[in-house]
Design a protein. Structure first.
Length: 581
């Protein structure tokens, strides 16, 4: 992809001359003379660069300044949001130097290196970049914000991770991890290979917005994978003998029993990564070749979701809000692991949380802290089970109760009794869709009259990957996709504006970037409650699906594919359970 206004430039351009940015911005009418005087006064007081002062004060945007520089210096301006640098050229300048000199190699042009700089008038930076690349360079102007975002996105830590795994393997030699040695690694031992490796893994995981990190011993190698947008991606493979050292170190920081390798353990700790504090939920599992470790990454300080930004259709949002504000009853959120149920439940609590409402939760684990909410961490090791905590909660005079998960019949029955006796209860179940959820409660042995009188609504949801906006292209449905659309009673015309991602550096070659939720909401009306009360699950499911006709998960998935938000392949994947129905 050619940069906008890129010159043919068979010979390298000379280094630009130093210019006064303030005079340039006034001359090109980016800011006024009065604005410049104010900005210079602010610069003198704060000591920051003039360009940063102008941007932060709202006088001009970063792109406005970059384009003015480009015009003055007769250099091309490159919008890094629309430009994919060549991977081989990018690696010619190390990340630390790219950040230091605010420069990024973009491509090879006519035997020269095409380099984007935020400040091409910085002659010392220009000289250093030319020296480091050791080739003739051509300059382009880029905005500083886009440049830093591109560096964060493009410079992965894969090489560093590979080098650290090799260093750790050499340090260990032929022996196993030393418990005494690793236990001694505190804050003063940040240079130890195992500590540096884990820190680098966390940095790389956050850089690609991974939700989970998997450390998995295999027969001959250790595999490390990241879950990104719901899909696992291999990060690196390493020598199997470093697996015990990683597991041991993670157990130590999580406060787990380092001598226990035969049983699963759960823990949590916090890690600071590039100024961000990340809560890590850790789970260990003994496998044939060693302990497998899975970590869920939860960034602290993120704004809590509200039900308004869950992505529901307006009519469904209004219906869901009305159900939440009923004085009693059971509201269930359902879906597989990783479908965003916890996010939805916390958004519901955020909706209900006010000084006049007492909210108590029982969770395992407590994922997010909510001000004003009484949160209880279940702990089976000391017999602090869901059912035991739930009994105690009922003596605490709550208005709203959140039960993290309906794990067993006893917990389910206590929760439903609470819903029958004046409490609003929120919880989750692992079921495929909304229609089958009340039936699942019947299967668990909950009396039919309790289910019929207590359940107010069921929200089923999935997280669907969005197509990458930087590499999306038109897509003609395959024969399989056309058959699926026909079976879904949907228009399978190839004229529909379907799209797919071709894969680029911004989406790690997957064609997808980010996710959004889709929902289906079942409100239990009198007719549905009667079917439940008479313990007629087949008639209930049939009536429930008829009530949600046109508003199911599959209907929403197809609608988003038609709108160009996602692909038909993704719509088929997230609504696969409907194929069996």
């Amino acid at each position: 992809m050619q940069p906008e206004n890129s010159p043919p430039a068979s010979t390298p351009r000379p280094a630009p001359q130093k210019i006064r940015l303030g005079d340039l911005l006034v001359e090109q009418k980016v800011i006024s003379s009065a604005d410049l005087e104010i900005a210079l006064a602010m610069q003198k007081k704060s000591g920051r660069r003039l360009g940063r002062v102008v941007v932060e004060s709202g006088m001009a945007g970063e792109n406005d300044i970059a384009q003015a520089l480009a015009r003055q210096l007769a250099l091309p301006f490159v919008d890094l949001r629309k430009f994919n640098p060549e991977a081989a050229v990018l690696q010619m300048l190390p990340e630390t130097q790219a950040r230091r000199f605010r420069a990024i190699p973009l491509a090879r042009r006519d035997g020269n290196i095409f380099v984007g700089m935020a400040d091409p008038t910085d002659l010392s930076a220009y000289d250093e970049v030319a020296r480091l690349l050791n080739e003739e360079i051509q300059l382009a102007v880029v905005s500083e914000g886009d440049l830093l975002a591109a560096i964060d996105r493009l410079y992965r830590r894969t090489d560093d991770i590979s080098g650290l795994t090799e260093e750790l393997a050499r340090d260990m030699g032929e022996g196993e991890a030393s418990i005494i040695g690793l236990e001694a690694l505190g804050e003063g031992q940040a240079d130890a290979p195992v500590v540096r490796l884990l820190q680098t893994l966390f940095e790389d995981a956050l850089q690609v917005n991974a939700s989970d990190m998997h450390i998995e011993p295999q027969e001959k190698r250790l595999m490390i994978r990241f879950r990104i947008d719901g899909v696992l991606h291999p990060q690196t493979e390493a020598d199997l003998k470093i697996a015990p050292a990683l597991a041991l170190r993670l157990k130590i920081v999580s406060g787990l029993d380092i001598s226990e390798k035969r049983l699963p353990q759960d823990g949590r700790f916090a890690v600071k990564v590039r100024g961000r504090t990340v809560d890590v939920r850790l789970s260990t599992m003994p496998t044939q070749y060693g302990e497998s470790v899975v970590m869920r990454l939860l960034s602290q300080g993120d704004d809590p979701h509200t039900i308004d930004n869950l992505g529901m259709a307006p009519d469904m949002l209004e219906q869901f809000r009305a159900i939440l504000h009923r004085p009693n009853g059971l509201v269930l959120v359902t879906g597989p692991t990783g479908s965003g149920k916890t996010t939805t439940l916390y958004a519901a609590l955020h909706e209900l949380n006010d000084p006049g409402t007492k909210i108590i939760t029982v969770e395992d684990p407590v994922e997010y802290r909510l001000p004003g909410v009484n949160q209880v961490q279940a702990n089976d090791k000391i017999d602090l089970t869901f059912s035991r905590v739930l009994r105690a909660i009922l003596r605490q005079d709550p208005d709203v109760i959140l039960v993290g998960e309906m794990r067993d019949p006893e917990t389910a029955q206590i929760a439903l009794r609470a819903a029958m006796t004046g409490h609003l209860v929120l919880s989750t179940l692992h079921t495929n869709d909304a229609a089958s959820t009340p039936v699942r409660l019947l299967d668990m042995g909950v009396p039919a009259f309790m289910v019929a009188t207590s359940v107010q609504g069921v929200l089923a949801q999935r997280l669907m990957r969005k197509v990458c906006s930087h590499c999306k292209a038109p897509h003609t449905p395959t024969p399989q996709e056309q058959v699926w659309l026909s079976r879904a009673n949907s228009d399978s015309s190839t004229e529909s504006p379907y799209i797919q991602g071709t894969g680029c550096d911004r989406c790690l070659g997957t064609g997808y970037s980010g996710r959004r939720a889709i929902h289906e909401l079942l409100e239990i009306n009198a007719a549905l409650a009667e079917n439940l009360a008479h313990n007629e699950p087949a008639r209930f499911v049939q009536a429930a699906r008829a009530a949600m006709a046109g508003r199911t998960l599959r209907d929403q998935a197809i609608a988003l594919a038609r709108e160009g938000v996602t692909t038909l392949a993704e719509a088929m994947r997230v609504s696969a359970q409907d194929e069996a129905s």
